[in-house]
Write a protein that binds this ligand. Structure first.
Ligand code: TRP
Length: 486
């Protein structure tokens, strides 16, 4: 493997990083999953738990990833290898980088299909293809949209092309430039949609659905959902944030930048709820989860409202942009690795990756039509990609990163890279050593269905476990470090 000769490209400003990382973080998870989850699991009470999860798990893990990226100045594989070798540890750890890069690529393979839905609905809104009088009609349109592989494939191919076009142009001229107008554009569109919601007649109901502090409906399930979502929504452990971090200028504060991204991501998620639910409630519909909310209820609701088509179009432009700024981040790790190691230009790397991506995503797309019977252990290829990445690769990758940073590597590396005041550094270290791993383990164990942890009932237990592993960890850590380093 070659080492880089020239200094690595950097974002033109710290803002470039914040916008790009927020673009990665803000995606379908924020617009479609979070608002519904919030309403379902107790409104304000859920938001509060979610914020705690973001601070306890999301922020420390994100800081660690960015620090790896900037210290190693490379794709996940190269960056992890360099940082690990700086501490004199085994290069086997770079497997974590491989997993992250593969994870990003695999997520993208099914994400382009979902993003394709958004683009095709934008087109349908524009051309009047969503005319229908009830949810049944809308469901039929959704099914028809998926049934024809040429139709569905056309839209996912379009997303793939757009992604590769942006990434192929480079970090500054492609990614930074596109997010610098797409992200503000998205926020403006969201604000307009919220304004529309205020006048629609359903705003009050939406507000209380989202924010009324309802501890009664905050179950242990809700708490787990908050924890899992905190991890997913920040695009962690999939190579995206690490690679973006590798372009971060040396002087930028990693902690402040991370907090900025986490706050922006949360604000967009809350705003999305205030844009979607007023329209739903104004039409006397009930909120629901899954594809039904965005692709059936919402188009129907817009249709019934004055100037609904215009605002519906605006909504799907906003959704498509959110998806696109996420998909470019998923492929950047792979492209950057190819450029650094294979001596090819960025453009060639992007198109090469695009072709492989197109093949894999086409297979995923076929799960909805001709390949409806191609299942393994009851899952389609599309479902397998989702299952392997979100249930296995993301938690394991995140866990590996924090344990590596917390116990195995030299502490100076992160002290220098994070540049925090001693007490803040101690807090970060405590988080990555004990709190984040415990949080990730809880998500992991629950998601695999090994055990359903009754969180709500057993908070004191969980705190007890945290205290115990902290004591053991602190007493054993020099030894632990030696063992883990092999
Ligand atoms: N954060 C994205 C969302 O909220 C989803 C996501 C998960 C993602 N992992 C990622 C996006 C990796 C880009 C890269 O929808």
């Amino acid at each position: 493997m070659t080492t880089q000769q020239q200094p690595r490209v950097q974002w033109l400003s710290r803002w470039g990083f914040v916008l790009a990382a927020t673009g990665s973080a803000v995606g379908l998870g924020n617009i479609w999953k979070f608002p519904y989850m919030t309403g379902e699991h107790g409104g304000g009470a859920f938001v509060l738990v979610y914020l705690v999860c973001i601070l306890a798990v999301g922020v420390p893990v994100m800081m660690t990833e960015i620090a790896f990226g900037r210290r190693g100045r490379g794709s996940p594989i190269d960056a992890v290898r360099r940082v690990v070798s700086e501490s004199g540890r085994s290069s086997v750890w770079s497997l974590l980088g491989w997993m992250a890069m593969l994870c990003g690529f695999m997520i993208l393979s099914f994400y382009v299909v979902v993003a394709g839905w958004s683009f095709s609905y934008l087109w349908k809104m524009l051309t009047g293809g969503l005319a229908g009088s009830g949810v049944d009609d809308m469901a039929a349109i959704f099914v028809a949209n998926n049934e024809n592989p040429f139709n569905l494939g056309f839209w996912s191919t379009l997303v793939t092309l757009a992604t590769m076009l942006i990434v192929g142009k480079g970090v500054q001229a492609g990614i930074e430039k596109s997010v610098s107008w797409m992200m503000p554009g998205m926020v403006i569109m969201l604000l307009i949609l919220i304004g529309y919601g205020v006048f629609s007649g359903g705003f009050g109901e939406a507000w209380s659905f989202l924010f009324s502090f309802n501890t009664g409906s905050l179950s242990s399930e809700g708490m787990l959902a908050a924890l899992g979502h905190a991890f997913f929504t920040l695009s962690l452990a999939s190579g995206a944030i690490l690679t973006y971090g590798s372009y971060l200028p040396a002087g930028a504060s990693i902690a402040r930048t991370t907090l900025g991204v986490a706050v922006a991501d949360t604000l967009v998620a809350l705003m999305a709820g205030l844009a979607i639910f007023p329209v739903i409630f104004a039409n006397g519909m009930s909120p629901e989860g899954g594809p039904g909310l965005l692709f059936m209820s919402l188009p129907l609701a817009f249709q019934a409202m004055p100037m609904g088509t215009l605002f519906g179009v605006l909504f799907f432009i906003m959704l498509s942009m959110a998806a696109l700024t996420s998909s470019i981040s998923m492929v950047e790790a792979t492209v950057s690795w190819l450029v650094d190691n294979k001596g090819i230009t960025r453009r060639t790397a992007a198109w090469g990756t695009g072709i492989v991506l197109w093949l894999v995503s086409t297979l995923a797309m076929l799960s909805f039509n001709v390949g409806a019977d191609w299942t393994l252990a009851g899952k389609h290829f599309f479902d397998w990609l989702d299952y392997l990445t979100s249930r296995w690769m993301m938690p394991l990758g995140g866990l590996g990163m924090v344990l590596l940073a917390g116990f195995v590597l030299k502490s100076e590396t992160f002290r220098e890279e994070l540049g925090l005041a001693p007490h803040w550094h101690a807090l970060w270290l405590f988080m990555v050593r004990y709190v984040s791993p415990l949080g990730i383990l809880v998500i992991f164990v629950d998601a695999l269905g090994i055990a359903r942890l009754q969180f709500g009932l057993h908070w004191p237990w969980l705190l007890g476990v945290l205290v115990l592993i902290t004591l053991i960890g602190e007493l054993a850590s020099p030894r632990l470090r030696r063992t883990l380093a092999g």
